[in-house]
Design a protein around this ligand. Structure first.
Ligand code: AMP
Length: 171
């Protein structure tokens, strides 16, 4: 079977010095590799019941929607502040320098729904932590935080101790 790691392009010093960017565009460009990626993400979920898949702007949208289709779940986008058109719930989160905020539509998740969080990369975990907080504020239950890859040295998993965390690749 093909190895999806071969479809992750490493870009040193992007978007700034010291960051080793993991570029998934070669993966997206290959239908064969994308299909293997979806299958491997599904294996991580291991048959758990999921009502909604929450994808994180913007690279969490690609495989998040594909996963939702495969599972038979609804897809919910979490976006940067000011992008969603309806009434939103907002959660600030810490960036390397300063703060930003993520938003979700306030009717996107119903009380008691089982939710899968998906993004391409788990780095420091601040983004996923904010997303989980939004889901819980709406009464949803985070069943798994699911990533294509984890950057282990940034210890993002420690911020997500309350949740099962799974990824295909570890760096
Ligand atoms: P963090 O909140 O630090 O876990 O960062 C996660 C978010 O930033 C995800 O939405 C990723 O898409 C993006 N990200 C962080 N680090 C990288 C990286 N080295 N390569 C690609 N994307 C990254």
């Amino acid at each position: 079977m093909l190895d999806i790691e071969d479809y992750i392009r490493i870009i040193p010093d992007f978007p700034k010095e010291g960051i080793i960017f993991k570029d998934i565009t070669p993966l997206l460009a290959s239908p064969e590799a994308s299909s293997v990626c979806v299958q491997q993400l599904l294996e991580l979920i291991d048959g758990k019941k999921i009502d909604k898949v929450v994808g994180v702007e913007s690279r969490g949208f690609f495989f998040g929607t594909l996963l939702a289709q495969e599972i038979g779940a609804g897809f919910v986008p979490v976006r940067k502040a000011g992008k969603l058109p309806y009434q939103t719930l907002k959660q600030p989160y810490e960036l390397e320098y300063g703060w930003d905020a993520l938003e979700i539509h306030e009717d996107a998740i119903s009380k008691g729904e089982k939710v899968l969080v998906h993004d391409d990369v788990l780095a420091t975990g601040g983004t996923a932590e904010a997303v989980c907080s939004l889901i819980e504020q709406l009464g949803g239950e985070v069943v798994q935080c699911n990533f294509i890859m984890q950057l282990d040295f940034l210890k993002g998993k420690q911020k997500l101790k309350k949740y099962p965390v799974a990824s295909i690749l570890n760096y």
